[in-house]
Design a protein around this ligand. Structure first.
Ligand code: ZN
Length: 270
């Protein structure tokens, strides 16, 4: 479902409109932009937002506002990059509408970090206290609907590009040198072609399965691409490079032709 449209002659004040939309969208688990687009890509953003719905612990996980703005709650800049890529590639864009700290859609159901209790040295109070019922409620209300929507969009005609972002430095660890990371599992057909494209076109520090190694059993790419033999790629961009709309659009304009060429080459060679 896309953003709720307003009637063209609506006279509600902008402030009220924004509040109303927030309220109406509070418990919506995902958004789809460009559902009817015909391009060869599905763009996904598992960690698009830092939203905590009212139904989850009354809209708070017990963290300070500042912590909810950090990378622990969502992938900064990733939603804007995804939307811009969707426009350029003419592909539908699926975004989650709940913080990864509510429940992480990019984990298998059995993964112990599905409901994160501690992340980058920050304790998440409402998750530490969450019981089994709460765990199951979040799976039913957010995780399942997101993946159901994912399944419907992930057809065999579409390659999947999953957009994420990573923090330049985790607390107490070394700075991460990569500007972009390409993650792949067993099926590295598309990843290899994109890595080649990045090396040919850009002067970037490209991480191969960095800053994270490959895919986890049951994560989004595993569920919707690897298990179905669909072409896929997961891209991680360092979040200090996509802080604003201009940077997000610049990155999308840089990545879109590389992705298109990589897909063409991969399909020709398959
Ligand atoms: Zn992510």
């Amino acid at each position: 479902m896309s953003s709720l449209p307003l009637a063209p002659n609506c006279h509600i004040s902008h402030l009220l409109t924004t509040k109303l939309l927030k309220l109406m969208n509070d418990d919506v688990p995902f958004f789809i932009t460009g559902k009817g687009r015909k391009g060869p890509w599905l763009i996904t953003c598992d960690h698009a937002r830092n939203h905590v719905p009212k139904a989850v612990n009354n809209g708070s996980l017990g963290l300070a506002k500042g912590d909810m703005q950090r990378h622990i709650a969502y992938d900064l800049g990733a939603e804007g990059l995804s939307q811009s890529l969707g426009d350029l590639l003419d592909g539908p864009v699926l975004c989650s509408n709940f913080s990864r700290l509510v429940i992480d859609p990019n984990r298998g159901e059995d993964d112990p970090t599905l409901l994160m209790k501690l992340y980058d040295s920050t304790l998440i109070p409402a998750n530490r206290d969450a019981d089994c019922d709460e765990h199951n409620r979040r799976i039913s209300n957010y995780y399942y609907p997101y993946h159901k929507a994912y399944s419907k969009l992930a057809t065999s005609e579409r390659a999947i590009v999953a957009i994420h972002s990573f923090t330049p430095k985790l607390r107490g660890q070394l700075a991460r040198p990569w500007e972009i990371g390409i993650l792949f599992g067993k099926d590295r057909r598309l990843a290899d072609a994109v890595i080649l494209g990045l090396k040919l076109k850009g002067n970037l520090v490209v991480g191969e399965n960095e800053p994270y190694a490959g895919h986890l059993p049951g994560d989004s790419i595993d569920q919707h691409a690897q298990s179905k033999n669909r072409l896929n790629i997961l891209i991680e961009v360092r979040n200090d490079l996509i802080k604003n709309v201009d940077e997000q659009n610049d990155w999308a304009r840089f990545l879109a032709p590389i992705l298109q060429q990589a897909l063409l080459d991969t399909r020709e060679n398959s």
